[in-house]
Design a protein around this ligand. Sequence first.
Ligand SMILES: *Cc1c(COP(=O)(O)O)cnc(C)c1O
Length: 447
Amino acid sequence: MAGKSRNRDSYNMIFARLKEHHKWFAESIPLIASENIPSPAVREAIATDFGNRYAEGWPGERVYAGCTKIDEVEVQCMGLAKRLFRAKFADVRPISGVVANLAVYSAFSDPGDTMLAPSIPAGGHISHGKRDHSGTAGLVHGLEIEFYPFDAQEMTIDVDETKRRVRKLASKRAAKGSRPKIAMFGGSLFLFPHPVKELADFLKGYGMHINYDAAHVAGLIAGSKFQDPLREGADTMTMSTHKTLFGPQGGLVLGAAEHEEAIKKAVFPGLTSSHHINNMAGKAVAFAEALEFGKKYAAQVIRNAKVLAEALSAEGFRVLGESRGFTKSHQIALDVLKYSDGGRVEADLERANIIVNRQLIPGDIKAKRNYFRPGGIRLGVSEVTRLGMKEAEMAEIASLIRQVVINGKDPKSILRKARALRKGYQTVKFCFPDGARRGAYEYVRLR
Ligand SMILES: *Cc1c(COP(=O)(O)O)cnc(C)c1O
């Protein structure tokens, strides 16, 4: 009997925490650059029975029965993805951005080959990382990683230095009978477009496959407001579907038709068995929303980021990328070393219901600062923009952050102000009207 009531306690505790989380987020200012809020329509799609089924393989070539409706939705999903990104080919099955990257590594390189990628303080993602750092590319696929030379002033990849490095690398590797195989663009700290156009022909001259990781900026690319990698020379483009796109959490690979077969095999049977079909349906809804509302959304995201960066700079913060106008994406990066470190600032702001993440920034590794106490924080405006906030609210957010970080005010005294600011923004915008009846963070009970 005692065991039974313990199980019941656990069960109740889980739902209590889930509800508390919903309430907390409904009262917070969510500024994690890799997150967004999906519409109620997307949430409905991912709560369906699709999530309990298998549909291994390709529509029309499944290995199980029962896939009739799933196939129709998946064909629709691929069509929407291709239209959204003007791509000849889309594989919507990768269950995450990391898996999408692994599909590219598997399709276009062998263990021991070299990949060119941004380092983490230069904005790279751990899925591009070295074996020594337990990065996916090194640890899981055995790639050697060579970092792009990075210009910390301009906050982007240095084109001339990259050419020099690739020339040297190619002759060094040729002596060992291998060569650089993949050039990875894109990243997680990503303020300005990467020089794909400037480097594509050069890198292809060395026989390299060019992939653009649009995990962060996919929604901005879809809205034609960042850069257009597939037109600038990228062979393939990988992404997460939930950062600046409209969710749910998932992955996607796009590219030219000639790469279709290699990617398809890598994704199945290589990297997926179930591809989380409920999320596939959610992606289809999100792509339709992005086709309908994505241009206006991306334009507002970029305006909000720029205004927030300028306001933070005016409040006294050191905002990275100043010489280029701080940002051209949904992100802002602050150097907070003058006040404490990124870890402390992240924790203080959380107590004021302002949710941000600490961030390694250029210079941190040389100064031996680690991920727990890095020099910076990163802010993103995708989610607050989806909630309908505009330029005026960005100025208010900057002021709240200044009061906590620069003035050292008790976060508890700012908490009330953060809640008050959020009060007027409780539904998801940029979605079909029948998807907007419920609150953005409404807890939906099925029991
Ligand atoms: C977030 C991110 C990923 C990983 O995406 P998941 O969907 O979380 O697996 C990959 N690449 C970059 C650049 C990212 O920022």
